[in-house]
Write a protein that binds this ligand. Structure first.
Ligand SMILES: [Fe+2]
Ligand SMILES: [Fe+2]
Length: 271
């Protein structure tokens, strides 16, 4: 298990007066995605079948991701007593299916798999840091603070294993960049949109474009330049480039600009 448990969360400090209903909706969606972490840990154990040490790490990681889901779901149920996590999670699993029983990495190599895992942890550590800084409700802030710290630790963990595999496999900077960009592009795929739908709009038919926007509109609004800057530095490090040099500064400004433009476009949609 991780470094904390649900008993470490000060649930009694929950303050309904500081709730932001927009955040409640994205927290519900996040609880479903996080809770699915165990399924990906199973997939990692198949890919790394001959690496028992990493398998152990992956199992522990999966448990921590699941705990993130449990903590977020418990908070969401406090915020909205009508939230039925079990039913929402069942809908999510039913509608968003990925073959986790496969023993080959979609990234083409084990190092590539580690790069993709780093990208996901960069995304989650930035996201929960941004959510922590945007939230006013104290229990949500505390949950996000703990989750963001875990996600950063997960990044370091996959990065260490990336280093280990790079000593055996040849995956240069271009190869790593290709995997990283591919994984970043996948963040636009169905997972988050479907989680948002399954958690918030079960009575309506699924409309990918609509729910993808509904989720992104709320998520993009949370970020501040420091979250983007840190994420870009972590990404550069994972692909083997200097994280804090001029390139990092340039890219984080560019990324911030692109995100701002996207956030303001999305803000005009009422999804
Ligand atoms: Fe997580
Ligand atoms: Fe994580």
């Amino acid at each position: 298990m991780g470094a904390w448990t649900l008993d470490d969360i000060p649930w009694h400090s929950f303050d309904r007066g500081r709730l932001d209903p927009e955040l409640v909706r994205i927290v519900k969606a996040a609880s479903l995605v996080e809770h699915n972490g165990g399924a990906y840990a199973h997939h990692l154990c198949l890919i790394f079948a001959d690496d028992p040490e990493f398998q152990e790490t992956a199992r522990r990681w999966g448990e921590e991701e699941t705990q993130h889901g449990v903590a977020l779901a418990r908070w969401a149920a406090l915020a909205d007593p009508d939230f039925d996590f079990a039913a929402a999670f069942a809908r999510f699993r039913e509608g968003f299916r990925v073959n986790f029983d496969c023993d080959r990495s979609r990234r083409g190599s084990r190092s590539g798999e580690m790069v993709a895992r780093c990208v996901v942890e960069i995304g989650t550590s930035s996201y929960y840091s941004a959510l922590r800084d945007a939230a006013e409700e104290p229990v949500l802030r505390e949950i996000c603070r703990r989750i963001a710290a875990d996600e950063l630790r997960h990044y370091r963990l996959f990065y260490q294993n990336l280093d280990r595999y790079l000593a055996r496999e040849r995956l240069g900077r271009w190869g790593r960049l290709r995997v990283a960009l591919g994984r970043v592009a996948e963040s636009e795929d169905d997972e988050l949109a479907y989680a948002y739908y399954a958690a918030n709009a079960a009575d309506l038919p699924y409309d990918r474009r609509r729910y993808s926007r509904a989720y992104a509109r709320r998520a993009f609004a949370l970020y501040r330049p420091q979250h983007v800057e840190r994420g870009v530095a972590m990404l550069l490090k994972a692909i083997g480039l200097t994280p804090n040099g001029r390139l990092g500064l340039l890219l984080s400004r560019l990324a911030w600009h692109v995100m701002q433009a996207r956030a303001s476009r999305l803000a005009k949609t009422a999804a």
